[in-house]
Design a protein around this ligand. Structure first.
Ligand code: PEP
Length: 259
């Protein structure tokens, strides 16, 4: 069976306590358990992973980390390896723009994606143009180059476990979500660029999702798009009611067979 659409909750560096993390998980479980159309994954900070893992046991919500390191172990103070995460998590995000802004390079993103896939993880690779590139009409060029660089260590066989997230940098955490038509065109380009690297058949198997100021007011405009296999949600995933609403809305769109 083809992969389900995915709804990924990137908690970023939130919340600040274990209690709040637990409340947030418990707050979305009713909505998550009530549907089986959408694959839901939550990405807490490293420190909450084990606690959240316990709360998710026996549920249909999956766990992921927000970053990883490509070496499996050794003298790399402060890093957590993909191989370590694979014992706890199903997923990892690599190349988030908030990490790229702190200096993460295309080459490092490629190594992280390669190590994570080799460790058996499902991987979300984030790509997206910044405001300046967007204004200059360079989104397609920038995104295609990022896809090519980030997928340097990806093989056709990895496609079932690979999700490419189109996350325009100017839309992340700004409240300025991308025009769905622009998102559609760029997601189509991402699939094509990925297919050029690993074969068009494998390119059809991987999932392409949108992220950038998605909330319950606008999520339907993305998940209804033919190229869109779900969303990566940051800020709005920190409110259990809001994220629950988004789960229900996404499941309804896919249940209706609109996509
Ligand atoms: C994200 O963190 O990947 C993201 C898309 O954030 P937000 O939904 O807050 O824009």
């Amino acid at each position: 069976m083809a992969n389900k659409p995915v709804l990924a909750a990137n908690w970023k560096m939130n919340p600040i306590s274990a209690k709040e993390a637990g409340d947030l998980v418990n707050g979305i479980l009713d909505a998550a358990k009530a549907q089986d159309r959408v694959q839901i994954a939550i990405f807490p900070p490293y420190i909450w992973l084990l606690g959240v893992l316990e709360l998710l046991a026996g549920t249909n919500v999956e766990l992921g980390a927000q970053n990883c390191f490509w070496k499996s172990s050794g003298a790399y103070t402060g890093e957590v390896s993909a191989a370590m995460l694979a014992g706890i998590c199903k997923w990892v995000i690599v190349g988030h723009s908030e990490r790229r802004e702190m200096g993460e390079t295309d080459d490092q993103v490629a190594k992280k994606a390669g190590a994570a896939l080799a460790a058996g993880l499902h991987v979300i690779i984030c790509v997206g143009e910044n405001q300046e590139q967007h204004t200059a009409g360079k989104a397609a060029e920038v995104v295609a180059a990022q896809v090519k660089a980030a997928m340097a260590e990806v093989a056709a066989d990895d496609s079932e476990r690979l999700v490419m997230a189109y996350e325009p940098v100017w839309a992340i955490g700004t409240g300025k979500n991308a025009d769905p038509e622009h998102a559609y065109r760029t997601m189509r380009l991402i699939r094509k660029a990925a297919g050029n690297l690993i074969g068009q058949k494998a390119g059809q198997r991987l999932r392409v999702i949108y992220g950038g100021s998605v909330n319950s007011q606008n999520i339907e405009t993305y998940v209804e798009l033919p190229e869109c296999d779900g969303c990566l949600v940051g800020g709005a995933s920190l409110k259990a009611d809001e994220f629950s609403k988004m789960i229900n809305m996404t499941a309804a769109v896919y249940s209706a067979g609109a996509v």
